[in-house]
Design a protein around this ligand. Structure first.
Ligand code: AHR
Length: 331
């Protein structure tokens, strides 16, 4: 549990005691005396977005396995894609006086109050996978995750190259992630900026499919009914693309041929669809953040300085590259 060794925590002790005093007074013997038990073990409270996609499942596994391997006690909460559940979980972790709080924010906005509560309690926060739009960067220690704008841009640049000799309009439909999520906002931005290089490339419809297969299928069905000529689908993740495949096939079209399909993530099922020629291109987003997260948790717990931003290394895949990579794909 928590130690008070980190110098920056000293100033926060009083606020911490005031904030959690109610819990201690209610008989939580584990936290007696208004201070924290110092058994040398780090406790991390982690609030996960949900279980919406193959990516998320792989991310959860990575975090749980890495915590066990690092000897970090993990308290894990699945927020079921709801911000209010994440705020509640973070408040619980503050009350329990965990050593470090980490979370992947379901949406970008609306975190300042609860982050301030954690800061006042002297508990360092690490953002992982997704970031927040808080102006006060001192509310968290670091952000570990992908550059989502870059993922969207790489997807768009590939399309620009593929369609460079198109003589007429190329109609694109877009399946967005959940509204307000950093990867939805950023992938849309990066993709839009890249395709602006060719005025023939037009996004004719863009709707959230919430990063789920069911959402992707349902929204794609609507697109197919509303727009007779769809040339390209850009899905913000593999799962929505996989859901869309069902809708496209049911509409009598051949995915990957009649409609070019670009997605993000590169989980196994997405890579299989790419290897099979049903998808055409994937920008990778790695969910294997657990080992780096645990390393960061140890460092911030010891009061070490860590970089404000740690970007995940990623690549892109064509069909040929997917065929090569699939046998060794870990997730
Ligand atoms: O935040 C990462 C995104 O969230 C992944 O691309 C998507 O699959 C997941 O749901």
């Amino acid at each position: 549990m928590r130690t008070q060794s980190a110098p920056w925590r000293a100033a926060a002790v009083l606020a911490s005691v005031l904030l959690v005093g109610g819990v201690a007074a209610c008989g939580n013997s584990d936290t007696g005396g208004g201070g924290s038990k110092d058994d040398g073990k780090i406790t991390m409270g982690f609030s996960q977005v949900g279980a919406e996609s193959g990516w998320r499942t792989a991310n959860t596994t990575s975090i749980k396995e890495s915590a066990a391997a690092a000897g970090i006690e993990l308290k894990f909460d699945d927020a079921q894609q709801k911000q209010e559940n994440q705020i509640k979980a973070i408040r619980n972790y503050i009350q329990q006086k965990v050593d470090v709080i980490a979370f992947s924010p379901v949406v970008e906005s609306g975190w300042d109050t609860v982050l301030k509560e954690a800061k006042d309690a002297g508990i360092p926060v690490i953002l992982t996978d997704r970031s927040v739009d808080s102006a006060d960067k001192t509310l968290y220690k670091t952000f570990l995750g992908s550059d989502f704008v870059k993922e969207g841009r790489l997807a768009g640049e590939w399309l620009v190259e593929q369609k460079k000799s198109a003589s007429g309009p190329v109609n694109i439909v877009e399946l967005q992630g959940n509204t307000g999520a950093a990867p939805a906002n950023d992938r849309k931005k990066g993709f839009g900026e890249a395709i602006a290089a060719n005025p023939n490339l037009k996004i004719i419809a863009s709707q959230p499919g919430d990063f789920t297969r069911a959402g992707g299928k349902q929204v794609m069905e609507q697109f197919l009914k509303a727009y007779p000529k769809i040339d390209v689908l850009f899905a913000h993740n593999d799962d929505m693309g996989l859901g869309a495949l069902e809708a496209i096939t049911a509409a009598g079209k051949t995915p990957g041929k009649d409609i070019t399909i670009i997605t993000v993530d590169a989980v196994k099922d997405g890579m299989q669809a790419l290897a099979d020629g049903k998808f055409n291109f994937i920008a990778e987003c790695s969910p294997l953040l657990g080992p780096q997260l645990m390393d960061l948790a140890k460092k911030v717990h010891e009061g070490q300085e860590v970089p404000a931003r740690i970007e995940t290394e990623e690549t892109t895949f064509t069909t040929e590259q997917a065929k090569e990579a699939l046998p060794n794909r870990k997730y």
